[in-house]
Write a protein that binds this ligand. Sequence first.
Ligand SMILES: Cc1cc2nc3c(=O)[nH]c(=O)nc-3n(C[C@H](O)[C@H](O)[C@H](O)COP(=O)(O)OP(=O)(O)OC[C@H]3O[C@@H](n4cnc5c(N)ncnc54)[C@H](O)[C@@H]3O)c2cc1C
Length: 416
Amino acid sequence: MKDKENHKMPDHYDVLIVGGGMVGASLAVALKPLRLNIALVDAFQPKDTQHPAYDDRAIALSYGSSLIYQGMGLWDEIKADATAIQKIHVSDRGHFGATRLSAKKEKVDALGYLVESRLLGKQLYKELKRDDHIEHIIPARVELLKHHADYLEVSLDKEGDKQTLHCQLLVAADGTNSTIRTLSGIGVQRADYQQVGIIANVSTEKSHQNQAFERFTADGPIALLPMSNNRCSLIWTQPTEKADNILALDDKSFLEQLGKAFGYRLGRFTKVGKRSSFPFALVTADKNTAERVALIGNASHTLHPVAGQGLNLALRDVAVLADLLAKYTTTNTRQLLLDYEAKREADIKTTVRYTNSLVKLFSNDFFLLGHARAGGLLAVDRIKPLRNWLTRQSMGTQYRHERLSRGLPLSTTGQQ
Ligand SMILES: Cc1cc2nc3c(=O)[nH]c(=O)nc-3n(C[C@H](O)[C@H](O)[C@H](O)COP(=O)(O)OP(=O)(O)OC[C@H]3O[C@@H](n4cnc5c(N)ncnc54)[C@H](O)[C@@H]3O)c2cc1C
């Protein structure tokens, strides 16, 4: 039973998290030690096969993200379902030059880990079920917000039934088209890349040996990430106008086209699973807070998945927000939100810029630009500070101030 003794009103929560995707559910798990009164609202049941967050996509979790889950006490379970990335090989089709990052050189167990979003969701919800301070209000959609002097009123639609909740802090983890962001009057910058990502699990003749590949082609980047049973997770970026034709190919032709675009480092492609596609856009919120509201994850920043940074960046939102809640609880949401806005600014800006420049630089096939970027890859390989920067960005270890980011559990005494 949830302890509501300290709360004057029924349905009054310290923290209301809207969105139970990977980011909202991760925040709920992270907050467990604080014993706050929390509700998690989502429009879909976690096991729903139509759930937009827990689909077939495989996610590359950086080493930094593995530390955050370790701080939550969940890493061992997630790791059991994950495949370690020992090396990352970045190359440019048709141009000389490649850069290689390796776990051995960086003296870590792995540069990152690949985990299927469905399996990550399963672990997160298993962990949440163990906690009776977190109420699940699912399926339900948030429709309206109303500010009062010392709380926020939230109106929900629960499959036709209307319900009103109150909270001290509302966390918007409701994805790219965030309703909470709109209701809070926060604008967005949106840039359509005119690209579609074709997603599938594929098998190859040779073993991937825990290597991840990032291959830049004239049509856009191809990422091939190592999975269990010697499968690879493919994200094949295509201009929007070409994607439908590729999706419509039979398996044999699809595998042949993929081989031509990616090359034969792993031999021929031999098998492809279910294919799906996502349009790619960059969507960034003008700010990450409003009165009693904090934005996290895709509600704040939706990135091109080329560099596998979206969830990794979002988990750093989670680590910072959880740390601030440990410090202030919800007694001073004004200061908490000021600190959150300030602490997230640099990381979000840098990661957006890094991802965006990778997409832009490598999506052109002008001869000279090709040589410039091949030179860039060689430079990255040879110039130590540049390599270190790329490695830190891929590993997600450049921002390690919060306890969770250092792999430590949240402090319940507010200590750093
Ligand atoms: C193909 C692909 C590959 C990717 N690969 C990587 C990778 O390798 N590494 C990486 O770090 N990132 C990767 N990403 C990015 C990553 O998937 C996202 O950053 C992450 O899923 C964002 O999660 P989220 O919880 O913020 O949003 P979402 O997953 O969109 O979840 C939002 C949730 O909010 C709920 N919701 C929405 N509106 C309402 C409402 N009004 N009321 C109630 N509930 C609501 C939805 O039901 C949903 O569950 C990839 C993305 C794609 C598309």
